[in-house]
Design a protein around this ligand. Structure first.
Ligand code: PAF
Length: 297
């Protein structure tokens, strides 16, 4: 397939490399204006990808959006005019809400959503490490997306395991609840994911998870709080040595994805008039930290 990856960060670079190795023609669309971006995965060979090639974009069969959630709207909108109506768009990022923001522009296109549990770390501009094996789940956002199940097979061949999920909203909400619990806490406490498995954080995690699950239920997605708490603790355990993406963002004073993680849940709660004090205070604390940079730096 002809594939363009918008956002060659850690996850985008990892998929670019794997899809290239599987024989696909992969092009990147990053912020840097250079015509090529070189990427090395772990100890593999260096691969030079085209960057910002309008020609590649126009003829791509699949556009993978692997940006930070808050970058999606402004980066994707100007590209849509160059994109063929039949190009499949796959959103692959933490958080929820970006596709809803672009719904009017996307309804007529084949749109699919994905979530991944792979760990990836960009150690410098050109080198990415696959820090933890995981899986990729892909599912349809709209009617035209339903025709794209073969993309899961293409991915599975390049980067196994990948599965097609008939209820991707459930998978996305599961990941969202995990992110609501792990991401802001690790950023605020300045710790690795593993620290949250300590008993002293259990009640706080349970509170966050219960509220987020309640919002999922209001959104029509069935999740169960005690199962989700177990899942959160398991993820913190299996990624114990990792710093969460929000920890990395806050630590490096980069805008986090809080608006699309706890912020998304806070919006749903407001819509249904339910109180979610745990998520609200984490949301406010991260916003406060972000605001402090512009005031003091
Ligand atoms: O955002 C992240 O860092 C990851 O989604 C997760 C699962 C919290 C592991 O670090």
């Amino acid at each position: 397939m002809n594939i363009t990856i918008l956002g060659p960060g850690a996850v985008g670079s990892l998929y670019a490399y794997k899809l290239h190795l599987a024989g696909h023609s992969v092009s990147l669309w990053g912020r840097t204006p250079s015509r090529k971006i070189e990427i090395t995965l772990d100890d593999g060979e260096n691969i030079a990808f085209n960057n910002q090639s309008l020609e590649d974009l126009k003829r791509c069969d699949l556009l993978i959006v692997a940006l930070k959630a808050w970058q999606v709207q402004s980066a994707l909108l100007p590209l849509l005019t160059h994109l063929d109506n039949d190009t499949i768009i796959l959103f692959l990022h933490n958080g929820m809400g970006t596709v809803d923001m672009l719904a009017d522009e996307l309804t007529e296109r084949p749109v699919i959503l994905g979530t991944s549990t792979h760990g990836a770390l960009k150690v410098n501009t050109n080198t990415v490490h696959h820090t933890g094996n995981g899986q990729t789940l892909i599912g349809a956002w709209n009617e035209k997306g339903q025709q794209c199940q073969f993309v899961a097979e293409v991915f599975d061949h390049a980067f196994s395991p990948t599965h097609w999920h008939s209820n991707i909203q459930q998978a996305l909400w599961t990941k969202l609840v995990i992110n609501c619990a792990i991401n802001p806490l690790t950023a605020i406490l300045d710790c690795r994911n593993g620290q949250l498995t300590n008993e002293e954080y259990r009640a706080q995690l349970a509170g966050i998870v219960e509220e987020a699950v309640c919002c999922a239920n209001f959104d029509g997605v069935e999740l169960e709080a005690s199962t989700m708490l177990d899942t959160v603790v398991n993820v913190a355990q299996s990624t114990a040595q990792n710093y969460s993406s929000m920890h990395q963002d806050i630590y490096n004073k980069r805008q986090s994805e809080i608006d699309f993680i706890n912020g998304y849940v806070v919006n749903i709660a407001a819509k249904h008039k339910i109180d979610i004090p745990n998520n609200l205070s984490l949301y406010q604390r991260i916003k406060q930290i972000e605001a402090s940079w512009s005031h003091h730096d």
